[in-house]
Design a protein around this ligand. Structure first.
Ligand SMILES: [Fe+2]
Length: 359
């Protein structure tokens, strides 16, 4: 085998290249900017200026289509989170939306992979193999594959859930996660009654029945457990990666449009996220990216299809409404290296079909 030496995505001789032809129009600051970037823009990048907007298509066909869904329009789904409504899936992930009002009557274990549960609304208690942990809106809860758990809510709650299929989530080093405790609440929920456990493996559900509550851990030690973090407790605001597998990354994004001023409110330049499919779940705020987006909505930008360069954001093109926008916008972001497929079982009326024409 030949030795080729070191490789780099951007060798020194290739950096900071520019090309320009004075005969090209437009000159100066005119035209339409597009950004190409590898590895979620952390790799080699290039800014290009075009004469026409890259989102200026007149028609499109084929499997790629940016989409937006209003999940608040979904009916309450099944009581078992393992069977909650699936929105999208890939060979390495499943994305589901789930509602719970009250207490789960059964325990669950996902044998298909780790689960990340983002609490969009509501608060309550998580009981699991590792103890008890209160939760509230804005929490990211990570449940390792194989963990037994259940939730109780104090008010109707909504969750966006991501399964890392046949994978384990890695954790961001810079984030301090909290862990469950074997506390009084945990001990008090233990009893000798019949408990049912649902186990999901390759999407099929199996059921075990115990004559006692198997959430009866008396002690644990090690570096594997359920854990959580609320976006309000993140040291780094802005964009913060939280969980990753070899095929996807989940992060939190906070923007303070009033503090950061109008410049920060400018929408991102056009791009086609060439390494990943992008998913954004809008949690809090009024979104500068697009005026029709509100909390509880999810947008999907398939890799290769240009998007951005918004023209109708809450502040970007609406100066009159700038003072009335909320202080904060909070988004959960997911980048998937594997192509995400939209489930065709999502009911009609949930999708905002005009989204693709909003740029
Ligand atoms: Fe994007």
């Amino acid at each position: 085998m030949t030795t080729h030496g070191e490789f780099s995505p951007s060798p020194a001789s290739f950096r900071d290249q520019t090309r320009h032809n004075p005969a090209a129009r437009p000159q100066g600051e005119g035209g339409f900017e597009r950004e190409m970037g590898r590895e979620g823009f952390s790799g080699p990048t290039c800014h290009l200026r075009h004469r026409h907007p890259p989102t200026g298509w007149t028609s499109f066909e084929g499997p790629l289509r940016p989409r937006a869904y209003d999940l608040s329009k979904l009916a309450a789904g099944p009581s078992c989170p393992l069977q909650a409504r699936r929105l999208m899936h890939s060979r390495s992930a499943e994305i589901r939306f789930w509602r719970l009002d009250g207490r789960m009557q059964s325990l669950v274990r996902n044998a298909d992979g780790d689960m990340m549960i983002f609490v969009h609304n509501g608060q309550g208690h998580l009981y699991c193999d590792f103890g008890h942990m209160a939760f509230r809106d804005g929490d990211y809860l990570l449940i390792p594959r194989g963990s037994l758990w259940r939730l109780e809510t104090e008010e109707p709650a909504e969750f966006l859930m991501v399964e890392a299929t046949n994978r384990a989530f890695l954790l961001a080093d810079s984030v301090t996660f909290t862990r469950p405790e074997i506390d009084d609440a945990y001990l008090q929920q233990q009893d000798e009654k019949n408990w049912i456990v649902h186990i999901k493996r390759e999407s099929a559900i199996s059921t075990l029945t115990y004559p006692f509550n198997p959430l009866d851990t008396v002690e644990w030690k090690g570096d594997l457990s359920v854990l959580g973090i609320n976006w309000r407790d993140l040291r780094d605001r802005g964009s913060q990666a939280l969980f990753a597998t070899d095929r996807l990354e989940i992060g939190n994004f906070v923007r303070h449009p009033k503090q950061q001023g109008r410049a920060a409110a400018r929408p991102a330049v056009c791009h086609s996220n060439d390494d990943v499919d992008e998913l954004m779940f809008y949690h809090r705020g009024a979104f500068l990216a697009c005026e029709n987006i509100h909390p509880g909505m999810i947008t999907f930008h398939p890799s290769g299809f240009p998007h951005g360069m918004d023209t109708g954001g809450a502040a970007g093109n609406h100066p009159a409404s700038y003072d009335s926008i909320p202080d904060e916008e909070v988004v959960m972001m997911l980048d998937s290296r594997d192509m995400l497929h939209v489930d065709d079982t999502i009911p009609g009326g949930v999708e905002w079909k005009g989204y693709v024409h909003s740029w």
